[in-house]
Design a protein around this ligand. Structure first.
Ligand SMILES: *Cc1c(COP(=O)(O)O)cnc(C)c1O
Length: 341
């Protein structure tokens, strides 16, 4: 398959329409058969539920070209399951996991020319999503839904080198206790945009959202989960019911514990103890793990031992191992790599 003529290593993280996307509709109480389409546009009623009451959930994963030339995805079964959990919380009909997995393969196969080559640092980002497509004006769940998957090539996250982030503790809340923080839904992002823009305006890369009930514990950034390394070399993961269960973070925990032999603790992490940590990173599909150099909690500055120039040694080891597994250079736990081609 001839690849598209793109400058892979210099792609950013932006939408570029590719040749095919997948569409399936939920009507009369069932998910109809889906199909690929070349049309990148969605046509829906002006009164569609998504447009008014924001019934939408999504996923994000990537396809990688491995060292030996295969195209693979990383733990797509977890994305399929998480999307079902997200859908249930918003009273949407879950899209069956087996069909989710088949559809991801189908879209990637149809867009092979857009899958970045090994060594370019670029990857194919895969975005499954579903939304209420039928008219809703009285507040209630819609009757019809659409599930779609598009793919778009994205560049290396650490283009131009690793730059540790500077993060501020936000004055805004991301996820209410007993709310929707643990599901992957557009509504969580809509309400975090103001906090994100405010952080940027103030010169920060990201927000650290504290738990809204007490504002004393660390939750997440709004798009990535935190991971800390203490000065004894132990890994500490914040625990809370309103953190989105990142597949990358869960995978890093397994890598740390079972492959690299670190001790890992999952527990509430207090803002007050941040200065006890040597390293901090934020984990998600986009970067795998991105180092954090500094957290500013209003007047208080916490500078991690790893500094503002590079990844700390533990974060680096985690990054190298997980990206090694994804690119087929390191053997991972059974079932983590799904070969498409
Ligand atoms: C998607 C997402 C993450 C990262 O999850 P991954 O599965 O690792 O990509 C973290 N936090 C939020 C709020 C998210 O939406």
């Amino acid at each position: 398959m001839e690849k598209k003529n793109l400058d892979w290593a210099n792609l950013g993280f932006a939408y570029m329409p590719t040749d095919y996307r997948y569409v399936a509709n939920f009507k009369n109480g069932t998910w109809e058969e889906g199909a690929l389409t070349a049309d990148p546009n969605v046509t829906i009623s002006e009164c569609a539920g998504i447009l008014h009451y924001c019934q939408e959930v999504f996923e994000g994963l990537k396809a990688y070209t491995t060292e030996d030339g295969h195209i693979v995805t990383f733990r797509p079964d977890l994305n399929a399951e998480r999307m079902k959990d997200s859908a249930r919380r918003l009273e949407m009909p879950p899209f069956p996991a087996d069909r989710f997995l088949e559809a991801v393969d189908e879209v990637v196969k149809a867009n092979t020319a857009w899958v970045p080559p090994y060594g370019s640092g670029a990857t194919l980002y895969i975005r499954p999503y579903m939304f209420a497509s039928s008219p809703v004006i009285g507040v209630k769940p819609a009757e019809e839904y659409q599930f779609r998957i598009f793919v778009t090539p994205v560049g290396p996250y650490f283009k131009g080198g690793v730059k540790p982030l500077t993060i501020c503790v936000s004055d805004f809340d991301r996820a209410a206790p007993h709310g929707t923080g643990h599901i992957k839904a557009g509504l969580n992002y809509a309400m975090s945009l103001h906090a994100y823009v405010t952080a940027h305006t103030n010169g920060f890369d990201e927000n650290m959202f504290p738990d809204p009930a007490t504002r004393t514990c660390v939750e997440e950034t709004g798009g990535a989960n935190f991971l800390f390394v203490d000065r004894q070399g132990r890994i500490v993961i914040p625990k809370s019911d309103s953190i989105l269960p990142s597949i990358t973070r869960r995978s890093l925990v397994t890598v740390a514990r079972d492959i690299l032999g670190f001790s890992v603790e999952e527990r509430p992490v207090k803002l007050a103890e941040l200065d006890q940590f040597a390293e901090c990173g934020v984990c998600g599909t986009a970067a795998v793990i991105c180092p954090v150099g500094k957290v500013v909690d209003h007047g208080r500055e916490i500078c991690f031992d790893s500094g503002m120039e590079k990844m700390g040694p533990v974060v680096q080891k985690l990054y190298d191992t997980l990206t090694g597994i994804q690119m087929g250079r390191v053997e991972g736990p059974k079932g983590w790599i799904h070969t498409i081609l």
